[in-house]
Design a protein around this ligand. Structure first.
Ligand code: SIN
Length: 283
């Protein structure tokens, strides 16, 4: 059996087949998949019929796994797994992750060690919709004018979970738990050395040192620019598809493009990342 990699879109994305998901990958297979990941940024592994423990074991072949910084999002039995679901919890209370990913973002950009990658496994998907959309942030950066590149080179964005005003636990405000961080607006990928725009509709509140007006205008432009159709790839899930993406050079979005009442249930592992950014000490 040989690993086969087939491009899926102009902007990014490739499908990987040619290995047995039930068997541990060889070193060579892991290397080949990692190379494909660095080249295509988003890899789709179709129909990986496996349980949560096997999803964890598969993910671990690509790096150490982190625990989600928000405990309420963790799987009750497997803390390495974040459950993204609209299914009510066992005690009947609503899921806290039903609206996860409704804006363009990369995972963990509100932390000082954003995960290198994420592996999302589809457990249940509505008949129609429930897609995930990805965009290539190298392309977004590369297609800017030289003048814009020079302007944004030294800039830093402030990322804070408080932007969503999200309360994880009724008694506990995330604002107190997860302090705002400052990240470079242009991030150099530590493995490819490529430059990518690094901003995040979900958590980026402003550009450090700019007035609200300046920052708002520039961020609006960069957000719109980053998701031009030609930079993107949209995946229509089938049960047990698994997608592994690189958070250092992509953003993704999970639109609410399905009927209320239909179940969408995904499990996500995240690979521990490199240190990036610093704590925000401004206003
Ligand atoms: C996420 O934002 O990590 C989850 C994306 C999805 O559910 O499609």
């Amino acid at each position: 059996m040989q690993i086969e990699v087939k491009r899926l879109a102009f902007g990014l994305g490739a499908q990987v087949t040619g290995f047995d998901p039930a068997t541990q990958l060889t070193t060579q297979q892991v290397r080949r998949i990692r190379e494909a990941w660095l080249e295509h940024l988003v890899l789709v592994f179709p129909r990986m019929e496996m349980n949560v423990a096997a999803h964890i074991a598969f993910s671990r072949q690509f790096g150490e796994l982190e625990l989600h910084p928000i405990p309420a999002a963790r799987h009750p039995d497997y803390p390495e797994v974040m459950v993204v679901t609209n299914q009510p919890r066992a005690d009947g209370t609503p899921s806290t992750t039903a609206e996860t990913g409704r804006q363009w973002h990369s995972d963990g950009a509100f932390t000082l060690r954003p995960p290198t990658g994420s592996l999302l496994h589809c457990r249940a998907i509505p008949d129609v919709g429930g897609d995930t959309w990805f965009t290539n942030m190298y392309m977004a950066y590369d297609s800017l004018s030289p003048v814009m590149k020079e302007l944004i080179a030294p800039l830093k964005v402030v990322n804070s979970l408080a932007k969503q005003n999200r309360t994880v636990d009724p008694k506990q405000n995330v604002r107190l738990e997860v302090p705002a961080v400052v990240q470079p607006l242009v991030r150099v990928h530590p493995e490819t050395q490529g430059k990518a725009l690094y901003l995040n509709e979900t958590v980026t509140t402003h550009i450090e040192g700019m007035t609200t007006e300046e920052s708002g205008s520039l961020l609006r432009f960069l957000f719109q620019h980053s998701v031009k159709p030609e930079f993107t790839f949209r995946h229509h899930w089938r049960p047990f598809d698994l997608i592994m993406w690189d958070n250092r050079c992509t953003m993704h979005l999970a639109p609410k493009d399905y009927a209320s009442g239909e179940i969408r249930h995904m499990c996500r592992t995240t690979l521990v990342g490199e240190a990036s950014g610093s704590l925000f000490t401004g206003d």
